[in-house]
Design a protein around this ligand. Structure first.
Ligand code: SF4
Ligand code: SF4
Length: 107
């Protein structure tokens, strides 16, 4: 097939009416603070693991809200707690990570 210097990527559109948000709902009940996230990215900018592994707490929360699998990113977290210290909304992100991991284990 002839290459023209570009390629078409699959659509990244998410149909929220069809997305499975059951995991998000469970974690939302355990950690209501998660709803106050404004996706500022401070947690991701300071993440110890982020530079080497792509771990991003911001992406984890957005992924849960969209019903996508975020378990791969969570396995890179070292639970250092830096993200908790910088969150302007005061979300205990370290505790949130533990709750998400426990919910995945029970799934
Ligand atoms: S620092 Fe807090 S408010 Fe900002 S993206 Fe992270 S969790 Fe959300
Ligand atoms: S606790 Fe995890 S997500 Fe938060 S800064 Fe540390 S490695 Fe990153």
């Amino acid at each position: 097939m002839m290459e023209f210097g570009f390629r078409l990527s699959p659509s990244s559109t998410i149909d929220l009416d069809r997305a499975d948000l059951s995991l998000y709902r469970k974690i939302e009940r355990l950690e209501p603070d998660m709803k106050t996230c404004m996706a500022c990215g401070s947690c991701s900018a300071t993440c110890t693991a982020g530079q080497y592994s792509g771990m991003s707490m911001r992406k984890v929360i957005l992924g849960l809200q969209r019903g996508t699998d975020v378990s791969g990113m969570l396995s890179c977290c070292m639970l250092c707690g830096k993200c908790t210290m910088v969150c302007p909304r005061g979300i205990n992100t370290r505790h949130l990570i533990l709750s998400i991991c426990r919910t995945y284990e029970k799934k």
